[in-house]
Design a protein around this ligand. Structure first.
Ligand SMILES: [Mg+2]
Length: 163
């Protein structure tokens, strides 16, 4: 899998129609294909797309400079920060339903609303703190960072392509 995979996969699963897809996608990954929402609306496919809106490419930040997550004085790398999109406006532009959740109870309510939609997708904006990162990332990506990231960085690749 790669970044943005879950959006396209949701469309495929929704077309297959066996079950209703529910995707939890990072805000960076969502930018790989937000037009999927338009296709879901066009074909009345009731996928639930939850955008984990924390305004950062968190995994990349963690792999490059994990100290950001443990030290409140650290700033994120500028290339990992994301502008927080107006997901309500984006959903409206595509004709999709929208909900916003800043708490677990609001997420419960948004998912309850989503369950009632049978012929329409919904985009749920799950608002998180910029330093929120799944614990599984801390345990898996942490073992690889930062040495593995540096070893596989762009510069050595470019040296191989352009001698
Ligand atoms: Mg993010």
């Amino acid at each position: 899998m790669s970044i943005g995979y879950s959006l396209g996969a949701s469309l495929g699963a929704a077309c297959a129609g066996a079950r209703r897809p529910v995707a939890f996608v990072g805000d960076a990954a969502f930018r790989e294909g937000p037009q999927v929402l338009s296709t879901l609306v066009q074909y009345k496919l009731p996928a639930v797309i939850c955008v984990m809106n924390n305004g950062i490419m968190g995994i990349q930040q963690f792999m490059g400079h994990p100290q950001y997550y443990d030290n409140a004085q650290c700033q994120p790398d500028y290339y990992n920060t994301l502008m927080r999109w107006d997901y309500r406006a984006l959903a409206q532009a595509f004709g999709a339903r929208h909900a916003r959740a800043k708490t677990l109870s609001e997420l419960d309510e948004a998912l309850r609303q989503a369950a009632e939609l049978t012929a329409s997708p919904i985009l749920i904006d799950v608002v998180l703190d910029e330093r929120d990162i799944p614990s599984v990332i801390r345990h898996t990506a942490g073992r690889a960072a930062p040495g593995a990231v540096q070893a596989n960085s762009e510069a050595p690749l470019l040296r191989r392509i352009v001698p």
